[in-house]
Design a protein around this ligand. Sequence first.
Ligand code: HEC
Length: 121
Amino acid sequence: MKKQLGLCLIGAFLVACGGSQNTQESEAKETVATETNSMKGKQLIVASDCLSCHKEQEKLVGPAYADVAKKYDNTPENISMLAVKIIKGGKGVWGEVPMAAHPQINQQDAEEMVKYIFTLK
Ligand code: HEC
């Protein structure tokens, strides 16, 4: 299990390097500290299919990430609860359209994604 996690991390870093152009296009004007902490989650989101259904500030198929961030408090419980929803999918919170499951994403990466979403509050 440890080994697998390591491989995932290496994978995430490779993706992070490959996707660095997207970072430069980012309009986020947050402090450097927040940027650094949320960078991994953002890269994971960019590398996955999330953006085909979610935008940061506007509703698309799913809710805007900024709206998700406003709805929930930034607590460890909510981070892990939302991470589970990303992995298993969910519906009924924002409407009748369900969110696809992402069984290929591990809990730790999903939590990084949620942490990034919470920076959009
Ligand atoms: C096929 C479209 C689709 C894709 C792809 C998708 N989502 Fe969603 N997402 C939705 C919809 C629709 C909802 C609202 C579900 C509901 O009402 O409970 C949602 C809800 C969410 C929520 C809020 C869940 C809640 O219970 O409040 C989060 C967080 C989220 N998505 C993150 C992600 C992330 C991260 C990814 C990429 C790994 C992703 N989504 C990919 C459609 C999508």
